[in-house]
Design a binder for this molecule. Sequence first.
Ligand SMILES: Nc1ncnc2c1ncn2[C@@H]1O[C@H](COP(=O)(O)OP(=O)(O)OP(=O)(O)O)[C@@H](O)[C@H]1O
Ligand SMILES: Nc1ncnc2c1ncn2[C@@H]1O[C@H](COP(=O)(O)OP(=O)(O)OP(=O)(O)O)[C@@H](O)[C@H]1O
Length: 566
Amino acid sequence: MAAPLITFDHVTFRYASQSEPTLKDISLTIQPGEKILIVGPSGSGKSTLGSLINGLIPHAFPGDLQGAVTVAGQDVAASDLFQLSLHVGTVLQDPDSQFVGLTVAEDIAFSLENDNTGLPEMRRRVAKWAAKLGISAQLSQPPQALSGGQKQRDAMAGVLIDEGQILLFDEPLASLDPATGKSAMALINQLHQELGATVIIIEHRLEDVLAQPVDRVLVMADGQIVGDMPPADLLRSDLLVKNGLRPPLYLEALRFADVPLAETDHITSVQQVTAPDLGARLRQWAAQEPPIPALTEKPPLLTIRHLDFGYPKGPALYHDFNLTIGTGDMIALVGANGVGKTTLSQLITGFLQPTAGTLEFQGINLAAQSIKERADKIGYIMQDPNQMISKAMIYDEVALGLRLRGLSEAAIAPRVDQALTICGLRPFRKWPISALSYGQKKRVTIAAILVLEPALLILDEPTAGQDWRHYTQMMRFLAGLNTQGITMLLITHDMHLMLEYAQRTIVLGPAGLLKDDTPSAVLSDPAVVAAASLAETSLYTLAQRFQLDPASFTAKVIAHERRRAL
Ligand SMILES: Nc1ncnc2c1ncn2[C@@H]1O[C@H](COP(=O)(O)OP(=O)(O)OP(=O)(O)O)[C@@H](O)[C@H]1O
Ligand SMILES: Nc1ncnc2c1ncn2[C@@H]1O[C@H](COP(=O)(O)OP(=O)(O)OP(=O)(O)O)[C@@H](O)[C@H]1O
């Protein structure tokens, strides 16, 4: 056997600012050319493990490191970051922290400049990787003017251009639209095969990663590796559920239909999975499930009429756009990266002004209202938590809005406490925000808006980067607020979230509204799925394989899952 490429020998690591170690006695060997997926609940130490491979620990994040980590035969603690970066290319989950160039092209080329690559070669490679990632049109823009998904693609191109030996991806899918997420996974797989690169992917969206072959999955919990096995073994085990991780949806459907997973073959692939009488058992199950109620129209809360908007130097994003959001709606707003979802929410909150058209909220024309007046009724939670946080301590961040509104500390305390509890942050209430994981920070920003009790909540990717347990807690909480009358507009790339929690889906396309219907109807319309860069779910694929109606089968599985979870 070849010499291992990465080794962890009884590694324990404690961040300097923490009293307890984040990683505990990790021993691990990764061979050259392996493709590994790391899953685990939020805060279990996945990114910390990644930081030990690319040398950010101990070089950028100091702490107490015991045991030894080696990469390509070098001791990580004794090497410098530059040396390590030649071996390990890293795409972080927070692309904003990775931008160095003034334009997207410079940004992608950055590592080549360090290597003294000639200009024509540099241009050729930048063009190649920008095209592969679908950001050729953005090459001369500043990275800050990109949409969330475009930023992620920029960061990915900047790392892939090196064609390095080890590629480490920390939640690469978090802000990519479903179709791009699929092609990014296919691209990573291609790199793995063509370059013989060793690939390590940290990702909550297990099902999306497993759509391509993976050699091993590491399951982390509480700073330890609690599972290390091929994907098929993991899917047959109870390790996922035991650690609060979501099994693939098609396997949930099999479970509901009483198909024992031990009897399946090809369990990792929805296209190939088989079991005795699989089709008959699925059809029988679907037949006895209650039918799905149709969409009901609600009295208008927000009416958008004849909206026009485009950024100063860019093309028109909205032209004669019309939309009504009903009181009590729970809407998923979906569409390709860069189509204008975030822009629409900024037009609603008043951060941007339309060039023409009107927005009417509860019968009042919003044009006359300041951002602050709008903020009392319309809460907006951004995609990137780091852009929203302004305080050092969690409690202060969540209390901020109430303090600005002049409430007494005595009135503030119980409301902050409740918001923190709901968001699963109560144990951390005395912590500095800097010591939280990305997923935990995201929850802080949600808590900070929830304390204000708005009538309309716009959430840009509310669950990105969160594990299933926190995702479920958050979404149930949001669904609970919705049943109490708060209207929700969820901007999302997560087809499962949309199916499970939205009653209505608004699909944006380059020419405006593409479709406005129930989530399962949207996902059963192949033309819309293709035009909006959405993706079929595995339930759709399973239904088609066994001649079941995809829309109703999907809706039934999701409804069943929700009933079971309550
Ligand atoms: N820079 C840091 N300084 C201090 N503590 C940190 C730092 N980064 C992470 N931690 C601590 O380590 C724990 C694990 O964080 P890590 O980012 O490794 O988790 P994760 O499994 O990647 O989580 P997520 O899925 O939410 O991104 C966090 O709960 C936090 O307490
Ligand atoms: N400040 C800006 N200046 C110029 N162009 C911008 C600016 N902000 C966004 N854009 C462009 O407007 C388009 C729409 O961006 P927006 O962020 O609304 O897309 P999105 O649908 O939310 O995308 P994603 O799913 O990737 O988050 C993109 O092409 C983006 O590059």
